[in-house]
Design a protein around this ligand. Structure first.
Ligand code: NAD
Length: 459
């Protein structure tokens, strides 16, 4: 295996995990960020995000001399053979992806390339951020513009698209054992170089204590730039739609007296459907699905196409969050003066990410309806309370439940799944309502413990 000199720009959920994993498989990696505090913390071994296994992976890379951190993008571009761009692309006002961070990095790369002069090989610029179709060409244009501004527009580089599919909460595992690696480029040489860079992962030839290894070789999908960019949006839109689909079925189940868990199990055994992403509840959130579905809808509209199915997936998802409120109102009647505990606040377990977390919207609605809202989360309670003034942080689930008339399971952390129903009921006030927003708890066990259990789509 050849050791590459790599720069990863953006040291967040994607960039930091990618950098640490590329160092782990034997490359020399410099993680770059414009946030000086974040870089200083990383140099001191402190992680800016919560992600299982990441701290150990970063520590290992730093000790081995394979991983370092800097704010100096131009310095890295001069030394690197491959630069990954993993900066955030947040949603703009109209739902389209805001590319200003990507654009700033592209221009800086152009300027740095221009100032560095001739290179032995073309710089490969790998776009890992989720960006609209056509962004590869846009990035090329900006690199060239940056180079021209710096006085030498004839710079040698190739842009490739390498969308990221890692899941927060298992990001390290997903990076080392991905279902596939997708690469889009117009240059055959660039694709070959990227294949060489990823070889230890494709061939699963690195030593890993994280076995069992799921598969022998990882599919390496090569395509054109536009298709690679589209694969990312299509994957997230499909997954979001699958959740909205089962939520639609759950709502009909409630009406007809069927149990969506049995229905999901029954349909999921069909190989064409598959069992995953069939959990009914309060719907999808997080930093990716809402933003990427919005961006894909916005792309479609740019071409005067009405994405009816995607619109419906969003509509169903918005309705699910409102259902939490309706379920509380059904049993509590007025919410004024009621104390409601939110159990789990992050958008999913094993992450500290609160971007587009349903908990924040639910807390806002409940407090505007006059309820007192207390939230517990193993890693993000304090930050959630800072972002949502109507939410009071509790640092233990039972502390949140003390005196509560109702509780809502928002995030199915293991600790919440294994909640002691009798203890919870003994601390709560009548009617001791538990709205299970993730269908994560056993209804029978909850009822036996003294809770009034309400799930989603459960008979
Ligand atoms: P993030 O917000 O966690 O991290 C982005 C980092 O980029 C921040 O540290 C920020 O300071 C840095 N940054 C921004 N502009 C910069 C610049 N000009 N120079 C240097 N650093 C800069 O974001 P993320 O969640 O890692 O997402 C990054 C991209 O990957 C997004 O496009 C996202 O859609 C995509 N993605 C995210 C996930 C996920 O689960 N988070 C999964 C797949 C794809």
């Amino acid at each position: 295996m050849r050791e590459f000199e790599i720069a990863v720009v953006g040291s967040g959920y994607v960039g930091l995990v990618t950098g640490a994993c590329l160092a782990y498989i034997g490359h020399r990696v410099t993680c770059v960020d414009k946030d000086e505090r974040r870089v200083a913390e990383l140099r001191e071994g402190r992680m800016p995000i919560y992600e299982p296994g990441l701290e150990e992976m970063v520590g290992r890379g730093v000790s081995a001399g394979q991983l370092r951190f800097t704010t100096d993008l131009p310095g890295c571009v001069r030394e690197a053979e491959v630069v990954f761009v993993a900066v955030d692309t947040p949603p703009g006002e109209d739902g389209s992806a805001d590319l200003s961070n990507v654009a700033a990095v592209a221009r800086s790369i152009g300027r740095a390339l221009s100032e560095a002069g001739g290179r032995k090989r073309p710089l490969i610029v790998v776009n890992k951020s989720t960006v609209p179709v056509g962004s590869g060409d846009y990035v090329s244009m900006l690199i060239r513009e940056g180079a021209e501004e710096a006085g030498n527009g004839s710079v040698d580089f190739r842009v490739v698209s390498n969308p990221e599919f890692l899941r927060e909460g298992s990001a390290v595992y997903d990076s080392l054992f991905p279902d596939r690696i997708v690469l889009g480029a117009e240059s055959r040489d660039a694709l070959d170089t990227m294949r060489e860079l990823y070889e230890p992962i494709i061939e699963q030839s690195f030593p890993a204590e994280m076995d069992p290894r799921p598969k022998a070789a990882v599919p390496f999908v090569t395509t054109d730039l536009a298709s690679a960019e589209m694969i990312k949006y299509a994957a997230n839109a499909f997954l979001a739609t699958k959740i909205s689909f089962i939520n639609e079925i759950a709502n009909i189940c409630e009406l007809v007296g069927a149990d969506v868990s049995s229905v999901a199990y029954g349909i999921g055994l069909d190989g064409r459907i598959g069992p995953r992403f069939l959990s009914a509840g309060i719907g999808w959130g997080g930093s990716c699905f809402p933003k990427d579905v919005a961006a894909l809808r916005s792309i479609a509209r740019e071409y005067d196409y009405e994405p009816a199915l995607l619109d419906a997936a969003v509509c169903v998802n918005e309705r699910q969050r409102k259902q939490v409120i309706s379920k509380l109102q059904r049993d509590l009647h007025t919410l004024k003066g009621k104390r409601i505990a939110l159990l789990g606040l992050t958008f999913k377990p094993n992450t500290d990410d609160l971007r587009e977390a349903p908990s924040l919207e639910i807390a806002h609605t409940l407090s505007s309806l006059g309820a007192r809202v207390v939230g517990y989360d193993p890693v993000a309670a304090k930050e959630a309370a800072r972002r949502q003034p109507g939410l009071k942080a509790a640092f233990d689930p039972y502390e949140a439940l003390r005196g509560a008339h109702a509780a809502v399971v928002v995030t199915e952390w293991e600790e919440i799944r294994s909640l002691d129903a009798a203890r919870a009921a003994s601390l709560m006030e009548e009617p001791r309502l538990l709205v299970d927003g993730r269908n994560a708890l056993d209804p029978e066990r909850c009822r036996k413990g003294g809770l009034l259990y309400r799930g989603f789509g459960r008979a």
